[in-house]
Ligand binder design. Structure first.
Ligand code: NAP
Length: 283
């Protein structure tokens, strides 16, 4: 069994990614959510709606009460995966969590809201990696695993057949070089810090002979409840990087599938942040 861990599986992009994986791959999915255990059945039913039910039911496990501001839920979830599946089976860790309190100026900074963004957007991703990276196959385990699949990688092209992937939702506003407008102090800073942790994680993955590559991703502007307070009822405009959720997932999974370690001179995917065009977001 090869596994995808989707952290933040009830969010707009998290739930759409979970459904995409159930629909188009043979990976088993552990869908983590900070929603309480009492909501798990309802979320499972939502994730399996429509044509996915038949294909996905056996491969989906929703794990509730995983609030990434604290470690207990992540410890419990990682123990569950290890106990059921053993080690060396996780091919994808997707950290989808993010919150936005868009401060317009210094006067609107609220320390507790700023801190919460760091807890969820940055430290929460780091803690998710702390608990799940040990379950990613080493290069040696990966070779054994790929012998098991023979011709058919269960990831079905979602990620490269030669690697595993640590994937963090970042944002272009986390780019310092691209900051031409200001505003959103703490969200910007939390995403810049996420880019730094992705780079640092990638070094550790390489040093420890992990099969995984770590990258950050900017999905463009996606019309979700997250962006509604900022963009209102805006319509999709893909040419200019504004997408509805299916369009965003198509772009995102397209980029995921291209990530390779040391992919030529120009494109070094590892430890960097990429956008929906597959172009690098400058630091
Ligand atoms: N939408 C955009 O245009 C856009 C642009 C750039 C970057 N992004 C990034 O993309 C990601 C997903 O955005 P979205 O539009 O799908 O937003 P969303 O629908 O508001 O989803 C928010 C996510 O945060 C998770 N979350 C919130 N509080 C949490 C907590 N305490 N513990 C664990 N998880 C928590 C939720 O997961 P659970 O409820 O399942 O726990 C959910 O996955 C975010 O990181 C965002 O910064 C989005």
């Amino acid at each position: 069994m090869s596994i995808a861990i989707i952290q933040g599986s009830s969010g707009a992009l998290g739930s759409a990614l979970t459904r995409h994986i159930l629909r188009y791959t043979n990976l088993s999915v552990y869908a983590l959510t900070h929603r309480p255990k009492s909501d798990v059945d309802e979320l499972s039913a939502k994730l399996l709606e429509g044509d996915i039910k038949g294909k996905g039911k056996e491969r989906l496990s929703v794990v509730g009460d995983v609030d990434i501001r604290r470690e207990e839920g992540l410890t419990r979830a990682a123990e569950l995966v290890k106990g059921r599946e053993g080690g060396g089976r996780v091919r994808l860790i997707a950290c989808m969590a993010g919150i936005l309190h868009p401060e317009k100026s210094l006067s609107s900074i609220d320390p507790s809201l700023a801190l919460e963004q760091f807890q969820i957007n940055t430290l929460g991703h780091l803690l998710t990696y702390k608990h799940f990276v040990p379950l990613i196959p080493t290069r040696k385990q990966f070779d054994k695993l790929s012998f098991e699949w023979r011709d058919e990688d269960p990831a079905q092209g979602l990620i490269g057949r030669g690697n595993s992937l640590c994937w963090s939702m970042s944002a272009r506003v986390g780019s310092i070089g691209d900051n031409h407008r200001g505003g959103w102090y703490s969200y910007r800073a939390s995403k810049s810090a996420t880019n730094q942790l992705i780079r640092t994680l990638d070094h550790e993955l390489l040093n420890k002979n992990s099969s995984a590559i770590a990258v950050g991703y900017h999905p463009g502007t996606v019309i979700t409840p997250f962006t509604k307070p900022v963009i209102g009822d805006a319509k999709p405009d893909p040419e200019n990087g504004r997408f509805d959720i299916p369009q965003a997932i198509e772009k995102m999974t397209g980029v995921m599938g291209q990530v390779r370690r040391g992919d030529g001179e120009k494109k070094r995917w590892e430890g960097r942040c990429w956008d929906w065009r597959g172009e690098r977001v400058e630091w």
